[in-house]
Design a protein around this ligand. Sequence first.
Ligand code: GLV
Ligand code: MN
Ligand code: MN
Length: 419
Amino acid sequence: MSLEPTIETDRLLDELQQLAAISDCPEPPPAVTRVVFTETDLKARAYLQGLYEDAGLTVRVDPIGNTFARWCPPSADADAPAVGTGSHCDAIPHAGMYDGTVGVLGGLEAIRALQREGFEPKRPIEVVMFTSEEPTRFGIGCSGSRAIAGVLSPEDLVKLTDDDGDDFDTVRQRAGFTGDLADVKLAEDHYHAWTELHIEQGPKLEKQNMPIGIVMGIAAPATFVFHVTGEGGHAGGVLMPERKDALCAAAEAIHSIEQFARSSPSPDLVATVGELDVFPGAVNSIPSKVRFTLDLRDTDADNRDQIAQAIHEDCNEMGLRRGVTITSETLNADPPAACDKAVIDAIEKACNDADLRWWKMVSRAYHDSLFMARLAPTGMIFIPCRDGVSHRPDEFSSPNEISAGVEVLALTLAELASS
Ligand code: GLV
Ligand code: MN
Ligand code: MN
C-alpha cells in the first residue's frame, strides 16, 4: 500500500502556539522560557499528556519525567522493539517556540496522520518527550536522554545541582517524579530504530532552498566551567600595578578563547562563553571572583580536545602572569554520533516518496539523538529555519516547512515499523 499521509498543519500550528503560551518569559510568545521541573514545565507536560491521550496513546512517565507515548494497535507485536521518535519541550531563557517542540508535537502529528491513513504498523511506534535537553538548570544538556542511554548513571544524576544548590533528585521529586533512578536506563533492545525531527538551527537548508536535511552525524559538544580567583579591594584605593582583578583576567581568557576558535583548523569548531558571574558585583569594588562557562563543539572531537587543551594551557600561563588562580571543571565532553545507514535510507526513501528534495548534512547543534544513537540505530530529519536563527524569539519555520518535515517523519516511521 502506498501511503500518502495528510498532515493537519493548522491543528499542529495551533498546538505549537498553545505550548508556546505556557512560558515564563516576560515577553509574550513567540518568546519562550520553559525550564525543567518548574510549574511551567509541569503545565506543558500536562498539556502534552492530554494530547497523547486524545490520540489513544498509552503514556508512561519514567522516574525523571521522560515521557513515552506509545501507539500499539492490534497489527503491532506489543513485545517487539519499538520505532521511536521525539525531542524536548524545555526552552532556554528567551528562546523561540520551535526548538524541540516541532519534534514532539510533530512526532504526535505523524502518528495521528498514520492512524488516519489506516496504516498498520508491525511494531509499536512511540513518541518521547525528553526531560531537560537544555542545560539551563543543571549545567549539562540532554540529561533525560543521557540517563535513558546509560551515559548518566543514577550516581551522576544525583550529583547535578541547580543554582539554588538543590540537587536533581530533590528537584525531580518535588516536581512529582518519583521512583528508582536505576529504572531510567532503557533496555538495549527497547528501540528497533530512532528518528528525531528538528529545526536546523543553522542557515544551510534555507540557503540551498532545500526543504529537508538528512543528518549524517551530530557534532561533539563539551562544556567547561572556569573559576577565576583574584583579589578584591576598593575601586579608588588600589592602584593599577597592585591589582589582581578576576574580571580583567576572565576578559583576557574570553578574548583568547575567541582567537583560538577563529584560528582553528576545523571550520566547524565553535566556542561560546554564555554565562559570566562576577563577585561581589559592586560598581566600586574590584572583582575578586569570576565564574564563566565555555561551550566548545566540533564535528572533529580530536580537534575540539586539542583546542580545549590549548585554552587551558593559555589560561594557566595568563593566571601566573596576572597573579590570579584559574581552575576549571569539565561538565561534559561527549563524542560525536554517526547516524545509521538503514535509518538514513528510510528517511531518503520517505523524502523521495513525498517528492521532497533532500540534502545530507551534519548537525552542529546537539540533540537527544546524540545519546539515543548509543541505544538504537538513529537518524535525524532537519527542516529549515528562517535565517538560521534559533535560541532566539524570532526563530521561525513556516507552516509548509513544518508540514513537509512531519510528512517525511510519518513516512519514515511507517517504513521503519513495517518490518
Ligand atoms: C541544543 O540546544 C544545543 O545547544 O545544541
Ligand atoms: Mn535548544
Ligand atoms: Mn533542540
